[in-house]
Design a protein around this ligand. Structure first.
Ligand code: GRF
Length: 202
């Protein structure tokens, strides 16, 4: 049976495109991307999604509380029988309403090795702190900021001459691979959540 996915974006949407490519190549088998939703009209990723034939919707924040906005998004997702939601550069925190509606079925990608450097400006935080290794993390979304159970991580070195831009580019390459792997695992159902730990079933 095909599992229906919804992807939420706010920006250029390269992770969304990487997921779409992985679905197309069956690296994420038996999945259909049912909808790509942005919280504003000028997200570059919307056009990219349309160009590859994905259905898109814009659910604008303006004039709505966080929960009203999330109720409108959840309605869009549920009307398309979406089972899993992937946040891909989606720049708004989710309300408890949204998290409860899709408990343990919302994934997020963050450009650091969580729990280090959560929140905004992860690359800047990494460079300012001076760590030698960083990476990216895909995790389930709960009420905490970038703090839900970790599904997968990939590691990259921080080089002496890195700027935010060079570091971001090195991490992004790994993000695209990691997100596809993590979503494939979750869709397969071959994992267990044990407290904070996500175990792959043997
Ligand atoms: C990525 O670095 C992701 O980890 C972070 O926001 C960025 C989104 O990039 N949450 P894109 O829109 O997927 O290209």
């Amino acid at each position: 049976m095909t599992t229906r996915i919804g992807i939420l974006i706010s920006g250029r949407g390269s992770n969304m495109l990487a997921l779409a490519e992985a679905v197309g190549e069956r690296r994420i088998p038996d999945v259909e991307i049912a909808i790509v939703i942005s919280d504003h009209t000028d997200a570059g990723g919307l056009q990219c999604a349309k160009e590859i034939g994905l259905e898109t919707a814009v659910v604008e924040r303006a004039g709505r509380t966080r929960e009203e906005h999330d109720r409108a998004i959840v309605a869009e997702l549920q009307s398309r029988e979406v089972r899993f939601v992937c946040l891909a550069g989606y720049m708004r925190l989710l309300s408890k309403y949204f998290i409860d509606a899709y408990r343990n079925r919302i994934l997020n990608i963050h450009p650091s090795l969580l729990p280090a450097f959560p929140g905004l400006d992860a690359h800047q935080q990494v460079l300012e702190h001076g760590v030698k290794w960083t990476g990216c993390t895909v995790h389930f979304v709960d009420e905490s900021l970038d703090g839900g159970p970790i599904i997968g991580q990939r590691v990259v070195p921080v080089l002496d001459d890195d700027t935010e831009a060079t570091l971001a580019a090195r991490i992004l390459e790994q993000e695209h691979k990691l997100y596809a792997e993590a979503l494939a695992l979750v869709v397969s159902g071959a994992y267990e959540i044990d407290g904070r730990r996500v175990h792959r079933q043997k």
